[in-house]
Design a protein. Structure first.
Length: 270
């Protein structure tokens, strides 16, 4: 399956799943509002940028982020269906479970590989600072659920520090992270550092735009850096659809990445 067909299938699957899962929630919210009950909380998108916000979703609301991602790097091609499940137990504590539901990749001159990707479990702590500012800390463990050639076959462990702040109408999410890679190649360091800064701004009541710089560094390996540009559309506070692209600005980063996705609630536990 080519990149265009994979992206179209991913966006179609995401749209069908999104509207199918959101319709009962919207109907229930309408019934609750008509009966004088409280409105259900909006979603808090983490995608499509590399940076995560410090804040957590509304406590008790299980949110799904699902998308399609296609990348091109010279003669190599890769397409995947990334997903994330987010659940906060309180405004301060929450968990995330994510990964790639499906991966199709082909390196230059090699045969195509297909299968599920690795799985990432994250425990998150948030601190509200007031006046649109917050701090966050994420502790993550990658479980090697992907086949050889798609994943490293070894677990990785990471810690990510987050600063989120509003500057008028501009929202910033800055991340600084450290990862210990279990599947490092000979001659390359096991510790990888990463940094990213995302800036988003509302264009009107439903549209928003995001720009981001992100990169990584590891001993013995060339550094990566990319520029990401994205747009988001929210036809309802409980649904956000995004699309955009990322351009590598170093040789070690993929030349191009194209993505689209959806964020929606699945269930409210309390």
């Amino acid at each position: 399956m080519g990149l265009r067909k994979t992206m179209r299938a991913a966006m179609a699957a995401g749209a069908v799943l999104g509207w199918g899962a959101l319709a009962p929630a919207m109907a229930q919210q309408g019934a609750d509002t008509a009966a004088g009950g409280p409105e259900l909380p909006p979603v808090l998108p983490y995608r499509p940028s590399v940076s995560s916000p410090a804040q957590l979703p509304a406590p008790g609301q299980l949110e799904l982020e699902l998308g399609g991602l296609a990348s091109r790097d010279g003669g190599a091609r890769r397409a995947s269906l990334p997903y994330t499940l987010k659940l906060a137990f309180s405004p301060e504590w929450g968990v995330l479970l994510g990964g790639e539901a499906w991966v199709s990749q082909r390196d230059d001159g090699a045969s195509r590989l297909r299968g599920v990707g690795d799985t990432l479990l994250v425990v998150k702590r948030a601190w509200a600072m007031g006046e649109g500012s917050a701090l966050g800390l994420e502790l993550g463990a990658k479980m090697p659920t992907a086949r050889d050639g798609i994943g490293s076959g070894r677990p990785d462990y990471s810690v990510n520090g987050i600063l989120s702040r509003d500057f008028g109408s501009v929202h910033m999410d800055a991340n600084l992270n450290l990862a210990r890679l279990g599947g490092a190649e000979p001659g390359l360091g096991r510790v990888q550092t990463g940094a990213s800064a995302s800036f988003s701004v509302p264009l009107d009541e439903r549209w928003g735009a995001t720009a981001e710089l992100a990169g990584t560094h590891r001993s013995g390996a060339p550094g990566t850096a990319q520029l990401l540009l994205a747009a988001a559309y929210s036809p309802h506070p409980r649904l956000t659809i995004d699309f955009g692209l990322a351009r590598g600005i170093t040789r070690a980063a993929p030349d191009w990445q194209f993505f689209s996705g959806i964020v929606l609630p699945l269930v409210n536990f309390w």
